[in-house]
Design a protein around this ligand. Sequence first.
Ligand SMILES: Nc1nc2c(ncn2[C@@H]2O[C@H](COP(=O)(O)OP(=O)(O)OP(=O)(O)O)[C@@H](O)[C@H]2O)c(=O)[nH]1
Ligand SMILES: [Mg+2]
Length: 306
Amino acid sequence: MINYFSQDFKSGFAAVVGKPNVGKSSLVNHIVGKKVAIVSSKPQTTRHRVLGVKNYNKAQIVFVDTPGIHNPEHELGKFMEKTYLGEMKDADIVLFIADSTHDIRDEDEIALKHLFSGKKQPNAPIFLVMNKIDISDPEKLKTREQVFLSKGKFAKVFHVSALTGEGVEEMENQLNALLPPGPPYFPPGQDSDQSQEFQISEIVREKVLEKTRQEIPHCVFVHTEEIREGETPDITYIRAIVYVERKSQKGIIIGKNGSMLKDIGTLARQELEPLLGTKVFLDLWVKIKDDWRDRKDLLKSWGYEI
Ligand SMILES: Nc1nc2c(ncn2[C@@H]2O[C@H](COP(=O)(O)OP(=O)(O)OP(=O)(O)O)[C@@H](O)[C@H]2O)c(=O)[nH]1
Ligand SMILES: [Mg+2]
């Protein structure tokens, strides 16, 4: 039970950073015990910072899930870069997540460069978190860990699996011990800071990522235009637009006789109904916005403040 009024309360922000697809969002979801960030097998799933709040007896840690670090090729990528660099700089603790199932890659090197040199280098202690230990070879893990450790000064190393939870509680205990004194940032019961509209859009985008391949995941943006509750008892009407960049992409998402869009809608509805506690009528549309990832004005209106 959290004791908010304790004199010796501790709190802090832990930025979760690393290259795409290493399991940052999965780890934050596991810790919070709820899906606060969407997850997929495709790189660059997370585009915004997502908060996951975890309360302990006399402490609160705000885990900040960030977009995977990569070389930005579009204005959207620049927004993502600005996001993770800012979060890294402001954090009390930085968790650098590495995928223990493969050798260090170029994008890890980019991330390490940001961590240990450059203008936005964090002042906070940096922890190396070797993730996916449930499927990694223990000997190779040791060698890989040494390579990461040779790249800069890490305060500690943790071995975890965001999927099974192995090693996560032990890591949380150690993070707790290091937190600075301070009051809680969020009230009881609040485990994230996302609007309902953003959550809905992200769930729909996750289902698009799940069902599609190759270039599609990167060129999709989902905007929830309308949420209408109470008009029909126990049914929430949601209109969401799936934006893509090309006509061919629109065709792929709609699928033969609309079958792909129908599947995406069904999967999204199955997740939205328990979240909203009502039945959901999901009105999904696919539209084309040429090169939206490079259009600053559009990105701004969609909440990507560059
Ligand atoms: N076996 C295993 N798979 C994992 C683990 N953690 C994450 N994954 C899988 O790895 C993939 C990527 O996970 P995400 O949590 O989306 O990774 P991310 O680092 O947030 O990726 P970006 O948002 O693209 O930067 C998904 O398919 C997850 O199911 C783990 O500990 N073990
Ligand atoms: Mg993510």
